[in-house]
Design a protein around this ligand. Structure first.
Ligand SMILES: [Ca+2]
Length: 497
């Protein structure tokens, strides 16, 4: 095993001596241009709506049977946009970069900062203040994208990570895959109260609800096999495959292609490239079956990269922002490919909130969405290039009840206002936020701040839940004046990741 072999994910974005390598990729340059263009859109006079006026295509009649596209939605775990080479990142991601060349890349797509808040938001299309209750929990009463597409006649499957049946600490029992709309499932961490087991080597996986602890094998490979088989078996009918991958979340492990990787960064690089390879297996399978022209493939991430990882993007260092309500915590890759139906090799600077996924996919599928039931907006016209942006801001009520500091926030591609009054300028190229102490009257920043304050005031989303440690229920509190669920206790970080 030579050193080069052990670092398969490191790409030309940074030289081996640590200096920035070649300049940003083509799309990295596009990102720089897109985020550099100021778009002071809102007036402060009235509460601005999140969604802009939609073209007439919204709410179109369901497509004729047989014309409906297949949908593959891939959600990487703990992968910020800075990790993808198409976004100027340093890791080797040729298959995802290929998707970008063949499809549409969003430069301003945002997830919540943490797994469950994003998954609930994405799957239901609803604002977190309305339906987020606990980490690792999806309310069984919620209607998901799986339900929407299954009811529209799609064969539905999910493979990857579930982590929505309850966290095992607070007694809640959340949704299971089948009632949530997925006919078939192969999942890690499906059951609320079972031991999680490994997601990687010797994985513990549930097939349609039946747990199995594998003595050997690499979990992502087992799951990739399910994904390819699902596509094969459903090639003659419209199918929806939701693929919330277990990669590239810690623990940082050697992959089958990077067995000698020793340190976290090198292992992460190998995991990113392995994840990329599995994405390529999906697109190869679609091509082999003649399905690539009739299948929408979407690739995105559920939150920022783990904080242990310092990456280089466009030559600048970017610390993983997982868990935090910062730009690096929420900025995720988003690429959509549908050959012949969506443009190829184009970027979109319009804001995309991952809760927009449900109405967008429903539009492509011709599936009805209950009016007024969701908060996401249809981004299909943006993907097609019919309009530049579908929304003017993103609001998040982030109270994960899970270790991280809760926050309210509203932002666009240039400015962000937190509920505690902090107002920051966003630099999307460097993935940084800079406090704006005082904005001159009549400046774009002042107008934006006023408009954002108006949004925060109008949300009526209630106080942020300050509980952060459900794993401490029943254990001695670190602060005798506060309950352990609020102040914390002694616990193993590895047990709660
Ligand atoms: Ca995650």
């Amino acid at each position: 095993m030579n050193v080069q072999r052990a670092t398969p994910g490191l790409n030309a974005g940074r030289r081996s001596d640590g200096s920035p390598g070649r300049g940003p990729s083509r799309l990295g340059l596009a990102l720089r241009l897109a985020t550099g263009a100021c778009c002071a859109i809102l007036a402060a006079a009235a509460l601005p709506p999140p969604a802009r006026a939609q073209p007439a295509t919204r709410g179109a009649a369901p497509a004729a049977a047989g014309a409906r596209p297949n949908i593959v939605l891939i959600l990487a775990d703990d992968l910020g946009a800075e990790a993808i080479n198409a976004y100027g990142g340093e890791y080797f991601t040729p298959r995802i970069d290929e998707l970008a060349r063949q499809g549409v890349l969003f430069t301003n797509a945002h997830a919540m900062p943490l797994c469950t808040p994003t998954r609930v938001r994405l799957m239901t299309g609803r604002e977190s203040a309305k339906n987020y209750k606990a980490f690792g929990y999806l309310d069984p009463k919620e209607r998901t994208i799986g339900n929407v597409l299954k009811d529209a006649g799609y064969a539905t499957g999910i493979v990857g990570k579930w982590q929505l049946s309850g966290n095992g600490f607070d007694g809640r029992v959340g949704a299971s895959p089948q009632p949530a709309g997925f006919d078939e499932s192969l999942l890690w961490q499906e059951k609320a109260l079972d031991a999680k087991g490994s997601r990687y080597w010797g994985p513990t996986l549930s097939t349609n609800g039946q747990n199995r602890i594998n003595e050997s094998g690499f979990g992502p490979d087992v799951q990739a096999g399910f994904a390819l088989d699902f596509i094969q078996r459903h090639k003659d009918e419209p199918f929806f495959l939701y693929y919330p991958m277990v990669l590239t979340h810690p623990p940082f492990v050697p992959t089958p292609d990077s067995p000698g990787a020793k340190d976290d960064k090198t292992r992460f690089a190998g995991m990113v490239t392995y994840m990329d390879k599995l994405v390529g297996q999906v697109t190869d399978q679609l091509k082999a079956l003649g399905l690539d022209k009739n299948t929408i493939v979407i690739f995105t991430g559920d939150n920022g990269t783990a904080k242990q990882i310092l990456s280089y993007q466009n030559g600048y260092p970017v610390r993983g922002g997982k868990g935090q309500a910062t730009f690096a915590g929420t900025h995720v890759p988003l690429i959509a490919r549908w050959p012949g139906q969506l443009p190829a090799g184009e970027t979109r600077a319009g804001l995309f909130d991952l809760m927009d996924m449900l109405p967008t996919l429903a539009d492509f599928a011709g599936a009805p969405v209950a009016a007024g039931g969701i908060d996401g907006v249809d981004q299909a016209p943006v993907m097609r290039g019919e309009t530049a942006a579908a929304r003017d801001w993103i609001f998040m009520h982030y109270a994960p009840v899970w270790i991280q500091t809760p926050a309210r926030l509203v932002f666009d591609d240039k400015w962000k206002l937190y509920g505690d009054g902090r107002f920051v300028a966003i630099d999307g190229v460097r993935a940084t936020e800079t406090p704006v102490e005082s904005a001159p009257p009549h400046s774009a920043a002042a107008a934006r701040r006023a408009a954002f304050q108006h949004v925060l005031d109008a949300m009526h989303d209630g106080p942020l839940d300050q509980d952060r440690y459900p794993m401490c229920i029943g254990k001695p509190s670190l602060d005798p004046k506060l309950p352990s669920v609020r102040a914390g206790c002694r616990f193993s970080e590895g047990a709660v990741e």
